[in-house]
Design a protein around this ligand. Sequence first.
Ligand code: CA
Length: 361
Amino acid sequence: MKKLFILPLILLIAGCSNKESDSEVDIIDKDKTYNWRLVTSWPKNYPGLGMAPERIADLVEEMSDGQMKITVYGAGEQVPAFGVFDAVSSGSHQMGHSGGYFWKGKVPAAQFFTSVPFGLTADEINAWVYKGGGLELWREVYEPFNIYPIPAGNTGTQMFGWFNKEINSLDDIKGLKMRIPGIGGEVLKEAGGIPVTLPGGELYTALQTGVIDATEWVGPYNDLTFGFHQAAKYYYYPGWHEPGPMLELIINIDAWNSLPKHLQVIIETAAKAVNQEMLDEYLAMNNQALIELVEVHGVELRKLPDDVIEEFREISNKILEDLAKEDETIAKVYESYTDFKNNVSAYHEISEDAFIESRNK
Ligand code: CA
């Protein structure tokens, strides 16, 4: 609709100035250079998570032949780790790189676009977002905040995390103060634990000084770099709370609309490349890091008992159902996500799941 109104106006202006101009493209200076600032929730140059925005910045500069330069700031350099959404929403910074579930207080539906307990794996969330209607919903959910989201990285299935005591039943969760973001934290709370949200850079000290009893972070590759093995003994899996968290490149909509089309395409393409590249990096590095944790540092690897996982799953499903009742937007996202999950897992049962089971026997 907007275009229909704008076009005659442009023609009118073009007519008045005798300029042969008949499209919106002429309004934007195609050769103008752009220097943008990108804030993140990760320590500067942090492996995996923190390198994703650096890689996007490098690719954008190369592909645009220097027309666009993006300077990446680590958590706390310009805004706090959890101030990224507000900075981009207000336009104080054009871009941010983070995880949607950190904004659950103001955008509860955002959690579905990162990860929800017992939800989609990395491959599955890519398929939902790119080909199953997820991205359109995501943009609709962020639009009132003047933010345009683009998928930009995935860690793959995470670990449940670091503990100083064994978890043999749900009783062992009671009173446990654990860093765990998103809906996973609400599940822990329902099970009697005390969830805490802290940025990654503060976790080691919090765990070592006893401010928290346990923490999840990502997986062996990242956890080894933070040295959690020096502060906790047991390393638990599986990461039921974050089966395949998708990270986000968020852009202020006014800033986005000020870009010529070719720079928008370059940014979307760079983010898509990094979305895959990051997942590949984690897959390539995780097992090597796990071997080092266990064999060199003596970490005790433990699987959560099946009945504990089942209880977490039941609590999760109930919390997600209740969340969907809060408002129409969440209900719409929940329905799309859940339908996609049910369909894709039915197919995965006879394809990937069946194959992996037969291969590993
Ligand atoms: Ca995590």
